[in-house]
Design a protein around this ligand. Structure first.
Ligand SMILES: Nc1nc2c(ncn2[C@@H]2O[C@H](COP(=O)(O)OP(=O)(O)OP(=O)(O)O)[C@@H](O)[C@H]2O)c(=O)[nH]1
Ligand SMILES: [Mg+2]
Length: 298
């Protein structure tokens, strides 16, 4: 048996979460076309006949604007310490820039073997230009393997798993085979709600919200959930609620569909919108919302 952990690292929006979901064959980590979707490190546990691989999805590297973003970047760096292998994700249309060079420097310092994973190959338009852009990445670091994939279209995913196994040690699984994450189900539920809110809102709102579960009760074949979407300005609340409550209703309908799929029960979901001015810069609130580690002394 092979056992090991693999960190997914890269800029925001390169498809790290889409990849982990495709590998697991279920929706663990939320995704969106907007930047900075993932905020916590999330372990996805992959099992097959001869291996158990723990993939760590991480927040994409992006500008740090507030305390929350700083914590997100620390979380990404932390994953490098936990892993036996790093998958460094880029988009097929990316030209190397300063952020890439900074991430590559962190990979070098970690002394962990790394693959270059070029995602979204379904979007390649001009092959010559693609290879020219890729050359700069190839020259930046001695990547053990370079793999071109489409996480969205499930292209080369099996192949990358085979390649990953070559770099893992022999060892016994440490997680139960039924477990697919280290996160509690309540966390996934709150993330599903946040995903719908991200996808249905615009401009600064997707980045200004978080979601907390206020009540979670399993009653036979029904799960009763009360949750709050927290925003950081008074002016955002009416937008999230929407005209005649339309927006919050839509978020609820879409989230409920995904939660029912995950739990295989009927779901009763009640949503509230609350304002906590400037929550992303307030340590006690970040701790409350699980976005700051209690033992954070970095
Ligand atoms: N065309 C195409 N789109 C993709 C592919 N993989 C991911 N996407 C899209 O890219 C966007 C970003 O995907 P995510 O998985 O959220 O990206 P991420 O790297 O986790 O982003 P952060 O959490 O912000 O760091 C989403 O709209 C995905 O649907 C792909 O292979 N092809
Ligand atoms: Mg993500």
């Amino acid at each position: 048996m092979k056992f090991g952990s693999v960190a997914l690292i890269g800029k925001s929006n390169v498809g790290k979460s889409t990849f982990i979901n495709q590998v697991l064959g279920l929706k663990l980590s939320i995704t969106s076309s907007k930047v900075q979707t993932t905020r916590n490190m999330i372990a996805g546990i992959y099992n097959d006949q001869d291996s158990q691989i723990v993939f760590y999805d991480t927040p994409g590297i992006y500008r740090t604007l507030n305390k929350m973003n700083i914590e997100m970047m620390k979380e990404a760096r932390r994953s490098l310490m936990y892993s036996d292998l790093i998958l460094y994700f880029i988009n097929s249309y990316d030209r190397i820039n300063d952020t890439d060079l900074k991430i590559i420097e962190a990979i070098k310092q970690s002394e962990t073997p790394a693959f270059l994973v070029v995602n979204k190959i379904d979007l390649i338009e001009d092959e010559n230009e693609f290879f020219e852009r890729l050359d700069a990445f190839k020259q930046s670091f001695d990547f053990k393997e370079r793999v071109a994939i489409s996480a969205l279209n499930n292209q080369n995913i099996k192949e990358i798993i085979t390649d990953i196994k070559k770099y893992l040690n022999d060892g016994d699984p440490i997680y139960d085979k039924d477990l697919f994450t280290d996160r509690p189900v309540k966390f996934i539920v709150s993330e599903y709600i946040r995903e719908k809110a991200i996808n249905l809102t615009h401009e600064e709102i997707p980045h200004s919200i978080t979601c907390v579960i206020d009540e979670y009760k399993e009653e036979g074949n029904l799960t009763r959930i009360i949750a709050s979407i927290i925003c950081d300005k008074k002016s955002q609340k009416p937008i999230i609620v929407g005209k005649g409550g339309n927006m919050i209703k839509e978020i609820g309908i879409e989230a409920r569909r995904d939660i029912e799929n995950l739990l295989s029960t009927k779901v009763y979901l009640e949503l509230f919108v609350k304002v906590k001015e400037g929550w992303r810069d307030k340590e006690f609130l970040l701790k409350d919302y699980g976005l700051l580690k209690e033992d954070n002394n970095e």
